[in-house]
Design a protein. Structure first.
Length: 290
């Protein structure tokens, strides 16, 4: 047996003994396989069966060709790089702290205060319950004073809590399906209606006896305004990490209390006071603990 063939056989055996989940092919690995004489068909089979992170920019392709990588292997690398990722219940995580690991669509809190950091999925609360406030002042002033509308959610506190004052969140949008999440009931973000954290308002809830409330509109003689008022919104920044993946963080420290990312949509085509009150709110709520 020729020496070159022996090296090729040993290299192939070593690679096949490595669990696929434990290795990731890159450009350098492909060049090494070519250098030891592994055939084109074997390299292409390895590309198809192994996770990869290829750089297929023009300069890198030129470098690969100059290094002697066959055109058929380069074509397989390009095809693998352009192949869409497949999401499934077996590959999608709900708690992996690495934001680049595929996660189920939704909103997550990074629980980084734990010894073993994990993401916590925030179950959305949908409410169309609206409470009015300031009606007496509105009536006594002939509509000069505003009457407010508040979204109401049950319970005094959220199920998800953070112990840091400026927590980090991750929003995962399923861009392939043009929606963030169909989980938790309904097709709330159907037809690509919501595609960015910028479409949410971060608010602090007023805690009452057995509920939490947040202003979602107001009405006075001057007209009606739906949505969270600017003065009631807590500013936050977001960064796009990958298509459909955003890191979100408040711009200020949050005092202990109840908060939520809120998205409101009108449930009817009415105008005026009726249109402000006829809203459905989707709320991703969380607590800041002492």
């Amino acid at each position: 047996m020729k020496t070159k063939t022996i090296f090729a056989f040993l290299a192939a055996a070593a690679l096949s003994a490595t669990p696929l989940s434990a290795e990731t092919l890159d450009n350098e690995a492909i060049v090494q396989l070519v250098d030891i004489g592994l055939g084109e068909e074997a390299i292409i089979a390895k590309i198809d069966a192994t996770a990869s992170r290829f750089d297929v920019t023009t300069n890198q392709l030129i470098g690969l060709k100059n290094a002697g990588v066959p055109s058929s292997v380069i074509a397989a690398m390009i095809a693998k790089s352009n192949a869409p990722s497949v999401s499934s219940s077996a590959t999608v995580s709900m708690d992996d702290p690495d934001p680049m690991v595929p996660h189920a669509s939704g909103v997550y809190l990074m629980a980084d205060w734990l010894p073993d950091p994990k993401m916590q999925y925030i179950d959305a609360t949908t409410t169309n319950q609206t409470k009015t406030g300031g009606f007496l002042g509105y009536a006594l002033t002939g509509g000069i004073a505003s009457m407010s509308f508040k979204a109401v959610i049950p319970q005094r506190s959220a199920r998800t809590a953070a112990s840091v004052l400026r927590p980090t969140f991750y929003f995962y949008f399923d861009e392939a399906n043009s929606s963030l999440s169909n989980r938790g009931g309904g097709n709330f973000w159907m037809a690509g209606a919501v595609t960015s954290p910028a479409e949410f308002s971060l608010v602090k809830f007023d805690v009452k006896k057995n509920r939490r409330e947040a202003k979602v509109g107001k009405f006075n003689i001057g007209g009606a305004k739906a949505g969270v008022m600017t003065k009631d919104q807590i500013p936050f920044d977001y960064e796009r990490l990958a298509p459909g993946v955003f890191r979100v963080q408040p711009n200020i420290d949050l005092e202990p209390g109840e908060y939520g990312f809120l998205y409101s949509s009108q449930t009817g085509g009415g105008a005026g006071m009726a249109s402000v009150g006829a809203q459905t709110s989707r709320i991703f709520d969380f607590s800041i603990t002492d």
